[in-house]
Every structure is written in C-alpha cells, then in structure tokens.
Design a protein around this ligand. Structure first.
Ligand SMILES: [Mg+2]
Length: 210
C-alpha cells in the first residue's frame, strides 16, 4: 500500500491562536517615554515610579491633565510616534507570526482621539517593521471579539493592566498579565516580557495538540 502524502492542512495541524495584544507597556515603553517627554516639557527631572499604575500622580498631575498632556504629545508627533519598542518585541512578534499565530493589537489609545491614535500607531508599527493582522482601538477591550468575529476559546490575551486581564477572562479569553516591573501581586498568570509570552503561547499550542 502506498503511503499517502500529507494534505497541506495536516502538516500545519498545530493549534494556532488569535493573540490579543495590548500596546502601551507591552510593545511600546509608554511610561518611560511619557516620563522623558514630560521632563523635557516641564524642564525638570521626573522619577518614574514603576510600582504605581497612575505613575503621573506622584508628579502632581491628575487624570484629566494626564490625558491633555498625552494628546499634546501625540499631536506633536512625539509620544507614540517616537521611541523604540521594548528590546524583545521585534523578534517575539516575528516568532509568533512565523508559528502561524495571528496578532491583533487592542489598545485604549483612543483616549487621545481615535484618528490621532490610529495614525501614530500605524506609523510606529511600520517604522519598526512590526507586522500584525489588525490594530483595534477599544476602551472596552472584549468588544473587539465581536468586531473581529473571534471565538474566545481560540484567543490568548496579554495586557499589563490587571483589570483588563480580568475583563478578557470575563469574556472567556485565556489571559496573561505582562508584569515587566514585577509589581503585580494578583493571582493571574504573569510573564515578564513578550518573549516569555511567546514561550507560553508555544507551550499552550503544543499541549493542545496532544
Ligand atoms: Mg497597557
């Protein structure tokens, strides 16, 4: 009996995922870039407190002023336009895509205006050769599942904001906290960077094939 050549679909029988990836704090060093931007603007040195989510409050800036400063920085083509990705990001994105996973960026950047946010994000991705399947602006991140027609069980999300990881989990998406500063004290699975997230995706993909 002749052995049969594998059908192309069988060769790629490993599980691939739709990866829902946050941008600020995951790909883009936003707290670091914002600190540098504001230091320059105020003409004084600012220390970034990496243990606080509202790191700007220590500088006497409230949430409304933060959004105003952010919008000004984006408008000046500084924030979100300038600044390199975290060092492991380029190779991790390529590795995930080469393994057949699909990357969907999901970001709340529309707080600074949807059009400006999208323009900056697309420019920055292109400037750093970061290819993804889609870029999505959403304050309520799980709404992107419906927008893209994704099955939550085929997705994995990564975000540095624990409350957004909770939101993804509530929508049935396996989710991971990106805890770059090792300040997360909750019970969700956490990874220190995108390379470790890629390891986790690979491990999950392998286990699901068994
Ligand atoms: Mg973030």
């Amino acid at each position: 009996m002749r052995s049969r050549l594998p059908h192309p679909d069988e060769r790629s029988a490993q599980t691939t995922y739709d990866l829902l990836v946050d941008v600020d704090g995951v790909l883009y060093p936003f707290p670091e870039e914002f600190t540098t931007y504001l230091s320059g603007r105020l003409g004084r040195e600012l220390r970034l407190d990496t243990t606080s989510w509202e790191f700007y409050e220590a500088w006497g800036i409230d949430a409304d002023s933060f959004v105003d400063l952010l919008a000004a920085g984006v408008g000046a083509r500084a924030l979100w336009w300038e600044g390199a990705p975290y060092p492991e990001v380029g190779r991790s994105v390529r590795r995930l895509r080469e393994a057949g996973h699909r990357l969907h960026l999901v970001t709340a950047r529309e707080v600074a205006g949807a059009e400006a946010a999208m323009e900056a994000t697309l420019h920055w991705l292109s400037a750093h050769d970061l290819e993804v399947e889609s870029v999505n602006l959403a304050l309520d991140k799980p709404t992107v599942l419906g927008r893209l027609g994704l099955d939550p069980s085929g997705c994995i999300a990564v975000d540095d904001a624990p409350h957004l990881v909770e939101a993804w989990e509530g929508a049935g998406v396996h989710s991971v906290v990106l805890d770059r500063w090792r300040s997360y004290r909750g019970t969700h699975r956490a990874v220190p960077d995108l390379a470790a997230f890629a390891d986790l995706v690979e491990e999950r993909s392998r286990n699901s094939r068994a």
